[in-house]
Design a protein around this ligand. Structure first.
Ligand code: NAD
Length: 509
């Protein structure tokens, strides 16, 4: 056995209840959905999933609330989000407890996820006074041409298990200041976190006197998500999850001319150039590849290393991997918590066996850390595998701590390898060569939505827009001008002259 000591499921259940109590959230006990914990791999509570009638009622209520909320001045809408940010500060530890219990995140990452929510609230409050349109030079005398931005409608948020709270807040904080209302279908794997978030927002709504139904939570699985996808009252479906899910959601929303914002899987790589500072690189690689037990969309999955430094880097990496503390995510010394489920572990094992069949060499990790007291928990040693080429398994996203190492000789070869995967989320280069760094960021370099220099692929700040290209779905969330996805624009032409002049010098009548 492994020496991993875990809290009991009873202790986790009590801790979850205490956190929910402090937040003020009630657990809707019933059937249809189970809250589980990957910490021990066991069942916590039975919960009632939203049925047809409840979904219908929530959609109608959110639509009615939109008609009211959209006329509330944006800076006043910001007051609701400011209050949410205050409550998140007060309950940061409680929410982090629930994130650790349900998603298995280590303590500092769980607290970091809540910090990210606080940050996006601050950002959205500022944004509530900055929903700018442009004035455009008109070709006609006595005319003003302008662009105005208006609330869009009800936003349906469908979210994944691995950022059970932050992804909701990226969408909700921004959607609310934009004048939209939100219906949220969280991951069926993290219902308790969503109950706490929903309750905190409901408290903020009461505190500032906003309409009750600006936010509605619908617990459930894929069938509830599908209702949001198909319902014409949902103006925007913002869906975060696997590429498989996005392939189903995108065309269905498009078929009813709805809008979708897709944040899907990644297969992120770092290029390690011969001039790289290897101390920096090792730290950046280990955090990006192993953080959240390899279960971030931005997790580093491919390392593209110059042949001259490959052996040295691999040696340093495998040494670092051997020292990784794996175990109880509540223990502050732990760096690697559990995988979300036994199925996730099976998928990692399947990928490892495929890549070894294809000639890959396992350099570190890959073994399960069985825990006697928790036979269903999925603790695993993060793995590093050296491969000669990008075979099918390397080009897929395996949502686990599995890092493939490839080597290159020329910079062009590194870029070609880097971009030769279906996904396009995050990327990075470690180099001291300015020309290489700039080429990596240039149009002919990384084809991803996120491209970094001398920093890993994961751990983005909320100020920039977040999202990726190709099979990652093309959506942008969070900072920069991602807010535009949550609003509709109108082009206004105002004639303040005394005669009607037509554009393009057209003469008529
Ligand atoms: P998942 O695709 O299994 O589920 C995500 C959500 O989609 C869940 O709420 C699920 O119930 C819902 N869903 C599934 N099929 C649906 C359908 N046909 N219609 C409507 N809703 C449906 O993903 P997961 O396992 O929870 O999360 C891991 C995946 O999410 C990884 O691929 C990861 O890369 C990705 N992810 C991407 C981002 C990003 O911002 N790009 C962020 C986090 C996670």
């Amino acid at each position: 056995m492994t020496g991993i000591v875990l809290p009991t499921t009873d202790a986790l259940r009590t801790r979850a209840r205490a956190a929910l109590d402090r937040v003020g959230a009630a657990v809707p006990e019933g059937g249809g959905l189970s809250a589980r914990t990957p910490v021990t791999g066991e069942y916590l509570f039975g919960l009632a999933a939203a049925g047809h009638a409840e979904t219908e009622e929530a959609l109608a209520a959110a639509r009615a609330a939109f008609l009211d909320w959209r006329t509330t001045p944006a800076p006043r809408r910001g007051e609701l989000v400011r209050r949410l940010g205050e409550l998140l500060r007060v309950h940061q530890e409680d929410l982090a407890d629930l994130i650790t219990i349900e998603a298995g995140k280590i303590r500092s990452e769980a607290l970091g996820e809540v910090q990210e929510m606080i940050d996006i609230c601050d950002f959205a409050v500022g944004l509530s006074r900055q929903l700018y349109g442009r004035t455009i030079a008109s070709e006609r005398p006595g005319h003003r041409l302008a662009e105005t931005w208006h609330p869009l409608g009800v936003v349906g948020v469908i979210s994944a298990f691995n950022f059970p709270a932050a992804v909701w807040s990226w969408n909700t904080a921004v959607a609310l200041v934009c004048g939209d209302t939100v219906v949220w279908k969280p991951s069926e794997l993290t219902p308790l976190v969503s109950l706490a978030c929903d309750r905190l927002l409901a408290r903020a709504v009461d505190d500032v006197g906003a309409p009750r139904d600006v936010h509605r939570l619908l617990l459930g699985g894929r069938a509830v998500g599908e209702r949001l996808v198909d319902d014409p009252r949902i103006a925007l479906v913002s869906a975060t999850g696997s590429t498989r899910m996005g392939r189903e959601v995108g065309p269905r929303v498009a078929a009813r001319f709805g809008r979708s914002l897709l944040e899907l899987g990644g297969n992120n790589a770092a290029v390690i150039a011969p001039s790289a500072d290897l101390d920096l690189a090792v730290q950046g690689i280990v955090f990006s590849a192993v953080g959240t037990a390899g279960q971030r969309c931005t997790t580093l999955r491919r390392l593209i290393v110059h042949r001259d430094v490959a052996d040295t880097l691999v040696e340093r990496l495998t040494a670092a991997y051997q020292k990784l503390p794996i175990g109880d995510p509540f223990d502050r010394a732990t760096l690697v918590g559990p995988l979300i489920s036994a199925q996730a572990l099976e998928r990692m094992r399947g990928a490892l066996s495929r890549v070894r069949d294809e000639g890959g060499t396992l350099l570190a990790g890959g073994a399960r850390r069985a825990v006697e007291t928790a036979p269903h928990a999925a603790y695993v040693e993060p793995a590093v595998v050296r491969v000669d080429q990008q075979t099918d398994v390397v080009r897929e996203e395996t949502f686990a701590p599995l890092l493939y190492v490839l080597t290159y000789d020329t910079f062009d070869e590194a870029i070609a390898l880097h971009n030769d995967v279906p996904q396009g989320l995050s990327s990075s280069i470690f180099t001291r060569d300015q020309q290489e760094a700039e080429r990596f960021l240039s149009t002919e370099g990384s084809d991803c939505g996120i491209a970094n220099v001398n920093i890993g692929t994961s751990g983005a700040e909320i100020g920039g827009a977040f999202g990726g290209e190709k099979d990652t779905g093309g959506g942008r969330e969070s900072g920069s001008d991602a807010w535009r996805s949550y609003m509709r624009s109108a082009t206004n032409t105002i004639n303040y002259a005394s005669r009607l002049s037509l554009a393009q010098n057209v003469s008529f009548l």
